[in-house]
Write a protein that binds this ligand. Structure first.
Ligand SMILES: [Zn+2]
Length: 366
């Protein structure tokens, strides 16, 4: 980062300047540097006047300097020794470099879980990613509790089977694991390379659990009266999910070069849903599939996932406006939000299908 020439003006800011005469003023981009340099200079002056010397620890927060370019909204006052300042992309260690279109606002390598968790409440490149899925996780905890406490259906024509309750549990657990683990990964992602790598794998495995978990109630109700087909599809998606998790465990899979492969693999796993989907439409007819089996909701869910994965893989919008999505509206946050909305849409669709299956019209002919 090029710095503009330093303009030196005589110190006029009150008693702090005792015995010393210069402030460094950087214009424009380096406002926070200016604040820090001012503080640094002031502190040094005070200490020199008082005849004392700064220890290395005391000086370090004020010498972090160049990484803070453009970030002036982090509190400077009352800063604790271990507090961190946001970094720009170029100043990150290589292992943290993932998306060059996100220019600044990064947390540094914190090497501390407590610092990572405290950073949930600060503004940086991961704040949006953490909260979009933390909120999603909490919403699904709420939905799950309500679902099992409140009777599923008060006007049903038959008892709810245990297998039906379990079917929904797969979906709820998949959604909670996916969003819970994702939020956790984004929280501790700056701890260290080792921690980041392990949690990233869990994050990918979480996406697989949501995809597979979403299939379970859909296939269960769509092929409610065709047990063999139901079992074949459920077994197939479970095996495909297991295979995908094994691939995601490979170290190479988490690297930036594999971003498009990752997006494509998850889309393929989700895209397998078109097989039972088309099967269901052809055997029931489009009208019945939409009316009774809420196929429109399932298709909307699929579209949201695929669209989100596309934005994530292509890094849209930040590739068109680099540096403008550093904190909000990055592709990753949009992807998270679409995953959350897609899970809600899917829940609405499969629970409506469940209600249909509990009515007289939805029961199997003997
Ligand atoms: Zn994520």
């Amino acid at each position: 980062m090029e710095e503009e020439p330093v303009v030196q003006t005589p110190g006029t800011a009150s008693a702090d300047n005792v015995g010393f005469s210069y402030f460094s003023i950087n214009k424009g981009m380096g406002k926070s540097i200016q604040t820090q340099n001012d503080e640094s200079t002031v502190t040094q002056r005070k200490n020199l006047v008082l005849g004392s010397f700064l220890t290395e620890e005391e000086t370090s927060p004020t010498t972090a300097s160049i990484d803070n370019v453009g970030f002036s909204y982090f509190p400077q006052k009352g800063k604790k020794e271990k507090d961190w300042e946001a970094r720009s992309y170029v100043n990150l260690p290589d292992w943290m470099k993932d998306n060059a279109y996100i220019k600044s606002g990064y947390r540094p390598e914190l090497q501390s879980f407590s610092q990572c968790f405290k950073s949930i409440f600060r503004i940086h490149t991961e704040t949006g990613n953490i909260w979009t899925h933390l909120i999603g996780f909490l919403v699904f905890v709420g939905i799950t509790i309500i679902f099992y406490i409140k009777p599923f259906c008060e006007t049903c024509d038959r008892e709810i089977k245990l297998s039906e309750k379990l079917t929904f549990l797969f979906f709820f657990v998949g959604a909670m694991i996916c969003m819970g683990v994702s939020s956790l990964y984004h929280t501790v992602q700056c701890h260290s390379q080792k921690v980041s790598k392990s949690f990233k794998k869990m994050d990918y495995a979480g996406i697989v659990t949501l995809i597979v978990g979403s299939f379970v109630p859909f296939i269960y109700y769509a092929f409610y009266c065709q047990r063999t087909t139901q079992v074949v599809y459920l077994t197939t998606i479970s095996l495909l999910g297991l295979g995908t998790i094994l691939v995601t465990l490979m170290d190479r899979f988490g690297t930036p070069e594999y971003r498009k492969v990752r997006a494509a693999l998850f889309v393929c796993l989700g895209g397998f849903g078109f097989v039972p989907g088309i099967h269901c439409i052809t055997s029931n007819g489009w009208d019945d599939a939409v009316k009774n089996l809420n196929m429109d909701g399932v298709l909307l869910m699929a579209f949201l996932y695929i669209f989100g994965a596309f934005l994530y893989g292509m890094r849209i919008p930040e590739r068109f406006i680099p540096g403008y999505c550093d904190i909000w509206c990055q592709s990753h946050q949009i992807f998270h939000t679409l995953v959350f909305i897609a899970a809600l849409v899917h829940y609405k669709a499969v629970s409506s299908t469940g209600l249909f299956r509990m009515s007289l019209a939805g029961q199997c002919e003997e």
